[in-house]
Unconditional design. Structure first.
Length: 247
């Protein structure tokens, strides 16, 4: 008999009676094999090892097909990244942003919801996949969509013009909330709620109404994941650039 029984007092087990919960799963790793060609240095990384948090309500424990498709697109279209300023929203494990840094982006800002576990894991992936020289050009920070962007812009050089702060913005599997190359947004996704696919597509109608030219550039099927095979396994990729005027 313990002291709590002897003196009539309650033990911690008596006070806190929450049901037992299993421990958080351990982190896992997913590997992305780089796509090299004759113009790529043999010394460049052959793969990217992405650590994924064990479990997370914001789905940061998956390497989604859309992020793989974005990375492949960037490697096949390196001029869209080389020397550019890149912002990734909802980066998760950070694969597209990391690939951007590896293939010559001038600066990469990787963001996700400001949860310590997500941001620490994202930082880990950058530290372990980007060279020391390239690492000085990558920033990782928390950002909540719809909030002020002052912190995002503060890391940019003061020489950046107000109308051209980022050249490329990457949205990988997110549901949104002159003669120089136009600023560009890459939106890659699959329909996670097939019955609401029309709402996903309405995003592009809204973008067009705000002066964006929307072009579909990727339609790729991946091995089946849970859900409808024809819908969930297909990744749709769009490229958005600013038009001259509102539609």
């Amino acid at each position: 008999m313990d002291s709590s029984d002897e003196d009539g007092s309650e033990s911690l087990q008596d006070i806190f009676t929450d049901p037992w919960r299993p421990p958080t799963p351990e982190a896992t790793f997913a590997r992305y094999l780089s796509h090299k060609n004759e113009n790529v240095s043999k010394d460049s990384p052959s793969e990217v090892a992405i650590r994924l948090v064990g479990s997370h309500p914001l789905w940061g424990h998956y390497l989604w097909n859309a992020s793989v498709a974005v990375a492949e697109y960037l490697e096949s279209n390196r001029d869209s990244v080389r020397g550019r300023f890149v912002l990734e929203l909802g980066a998760g494990g950070g694969l597209p942003g990391i690939v951007s840094a590896q293939i010559g982006a001038e600066m990469v800002v990787l963001t996700d919801y400001p949860d310590r576990e997500l941001i620490d894991n994202l930082t880990y992936n950058v530290d372990h996949n980007v060279s020391p020289t390239g690492r000085t050009k990558v920033d990782v920070m928390g950002y909540v969509w719809g909030h002020k962007v002052d912190d995002l812009l503060a890391v940019l050089p003061s020489t950046r013009k107000s109308w051209r702060l980022f050249d490329l913005i990457i949205l990988s599997d997110l549901e949104p909330p002159s003669n120089q190359p136009a600023p560009c947004v890459l939106v890659f996704y699959s329909h996670h709620r097939p019955h609401l696919a029309h709402r996903d597509l309405d995003f592009f109608n809204k973008a067009r109404s705000q002066g964006w030219v929307c072009e579909k550039i990727v339609n790729r099927k991946f091995p089946t994941i849970p859900g409808d095979e024809e819908v969930r396994s297909t990744v749709h990729g769009w490229r958005l650039v600013r038009g001259l005027s509102k539609a």
